[in-house]
Design a protein around this ligand. Structure first.
Ligand SMILES: [Zn+2]
Length: 265
């Protein structure tokens, strides 16, 4: 922490010195470049799945098993039109996965949540409402929303999720403050996502994820429709069938994130 602060002070001092040495158009260009650089760093910290700038997160598997294992994750469910098909495919391949469920949807379809657990998969939380407003909330409101999502799952399964994924994977400074008071939760990102919520068809999803399907990968797909994206998840199911077959061909074992958490903590 002290080292990071020291680096920030040195960077700020160098920047101030540089700007002081400039004048006229060069000063304007220097100021604009400084502001743009600052904005770029903040945006990277919020959006990039591998960033540890604001909220530490897991974006790949670690330890020896990263060579032979891959973790599929599914967001926005449960959804009666898609989750059963996803579970059926996973079972057919002997694959385990992690489902980041939305609390309100878990409450609407508790049997699906119970089935996910009964079939050996892990349930994480993806907030209660999955609202875009979440990102503009106070840390306190964020904390309440996160805890409500966690409690929704605990009430159904008897076990409180220990894994959390923020909506859209965005990790803001406000989320950092909220997560500091929730040390029991690990934030999980991804090494690659299928962008299936954006209306892609199965071949495009498969094409995007084929190079990423390697040992240590955390792959994100969606078994729940909507939330600003497309509702039809048939392409996701079709893509998953192809990706699971590809994982078999590559001799990769599909695991849930239950054991992985200990490896990364
Ligand atoms: Zn989501």
């Amino acid at each position: 922490m002290a080292r990071a602060m020291g680096l920030k002070v040195v960077a700020a001092a160098l920047m101030a010195l540089t700007l002081w040495a400039l004048d006229g158009p060069a000063l304007v260009i220097g100021l604009v470049a400084t502001v743009m650089g600052f904005v770029a760093v903040v945006a990277w910290g919020i959006v990039a799945p591998g960033s540890q700038l604001f909220v530490p997160g897991v974006s790949s598997l670690s330890g020896d098993r990263r060579h032979t294992e891959v973790a599929f994750t599914f967001d926005d469910g449960p959804d009666p039109s898609t989750t059963p098909a996803v579970l059926q495919l996973l079972a057919r391949h002997g694959a385990k996965a992690t489902f980041f469920v939305v609390g309100s949807r878990a409450e609407a379809y508790p049997d699906l949540v119970r089935r996910i657990v009964a079939e050996g998969h892990v349930v994480g939380s993806h907030t209660f409402h999955h609202s875009t407003r979440f990102h503009f909330s106070s840390p306190r409101a964020m904390r309440e929303e996160i805890l409500r999502g966690v409690e929704a799952v605990r009430a159904i399964t008897g076990v409180a999720p220990q894994l959390f994924r923020p909506p859209q994977g965005l990790r803001t400074p406000m989320l950092r403050d909220a997560m500091r008071s929730l040390p029991e939760l690990t934030c999980v990102m991804w090494s690659e996502r299928g962008l299936d919520a954006m209306g892609r068809q199965a071949p495009a999803i498969v094409e995007r994820l084929t190079p990423a399907l390697e040992g240590g990968a955390i792959i994100t797909l969606h078994d729940g429709g909507g939330f600003g994206g497309t509702i039809d998840r048939a392409p996701t199911v079709a893509a998953l069938a192809a990706l699971l077959a590809l994982a078999d061909t590559r001799r990769l074992t599909c695991v849930s994130l239950s054991e992985t958490r200990q490896q990364n903590s």
